[in-house]
Write a protein that binds this ligand. Structure first.
Ligand SMILES: CC(C)(COP(=O)(O)OP(=O)(O)OC[C@H]1O[C@@H](n2cnc3c(N)ncnc32)[C@H](O)[C@@H]1OP(=O)(O)O)[C@@H](O)C(=O)NCCC(=O)NCCS
Length: 190
């Protein structure tokens, strides 16, 4: 794949059970529901969307930024039912040093089924193999056990604890910094 020309909004991946691809305006309502859910907002830094038209603009903006390789923002969909299940993002992309930060959210009804594990396993492989990134980081609030489990299961390493850099429900909380390197994930250098 020629990464110089690849618009990140054109990324489309298929795993055993999932389609992972850019959102369109038709997905505004499901994205709005996900991003308005207190279970999701509590632990993440996601955009606070106030309306459907806000959400449409948000999708548009994300896709434009993805066209410029400034970020990756993709929806997760069931291959069987076509249902929208969640989102994955790669942001703070640093092309010079070849690293970026990972974000992920799943609709609450789909928690506990391994969907995020399958999505990220597939996505991270793509980011390392095809986009040739060297390092992926993830930050998670120290009380976010589900997120910590996801990162542990994927083989991320906990690098340390960041002090009070996460404002949750009006209180500053610590977070963990996790990372994984291409060589670790692919088990051998490209
Ligand atoms: C973080 C979040 C995506 C994790 O969701 P999740 O459902 O726990 O994660 P997965 O989809 O990988 O599923 C893992 C669970 O499915 C189970 N599972 C079932 N089948 C599985 C399979 N084939 N493979 C892996 N896990 C499987 C696992 O045992 C695990 O259950 P457990 O936590 O009870 O042990 C979700 O809690 C969320 O959206 N949280 C709010 C947003 C957020 O915090 N994002 C991260 C910010 S850094």
């Amino acid at each position: 794949m020629d990464n110089q020309k690849l618009k990140y909004s054109e990324i489309s991946l298929q795993s055993t059970n999932l389609n992972i691809k850019a959102l369109t305006k038709e997905n505004s309502s499901v994205l709005f529901n996900l991003y308005s859910d207190a279970n999701i907002q509590k632990y993440t830094d996601i955009e606070r969307l106030r309306s459907l038209s806000d959400t449409q603009k948000f999708i548009d903006t994300e896709n434009k930024e993805a066209d410029n390789q400034d970020l990756i923002f993709l929806g997760i969909f069931s291959r069987a039912t076509k249902d929208f299940l969640g989102t994955i993002s790669l942001f703070n992309i640093d092309q010079k040093h070849s690293f970026a930060s990972l974000g992920f959210q799943l609709v609450k009804d789909y928690w506990g089924r391994g969907i995020m594990h399958e999505s990220l396993n597939h996505f991270i492989k793509f980011v390392f193999e095809e986009l040739k990134f060297h390092r992926i980081e993830a930050q998670t609030y120290i009380g976010n056990e589900r997120s910590i489990n996801v990162l542990d299961r994927l083989g991320f390493t906990k690098e340390g604890q960041l002090r009070q850099n996460f404002l949750i429900e009006g209180k500053y909380q610590d977070s963990y910094l996790y990372s994984i390197l291409r060589t670790e994930f692919l088990k051998s250098p490209l």
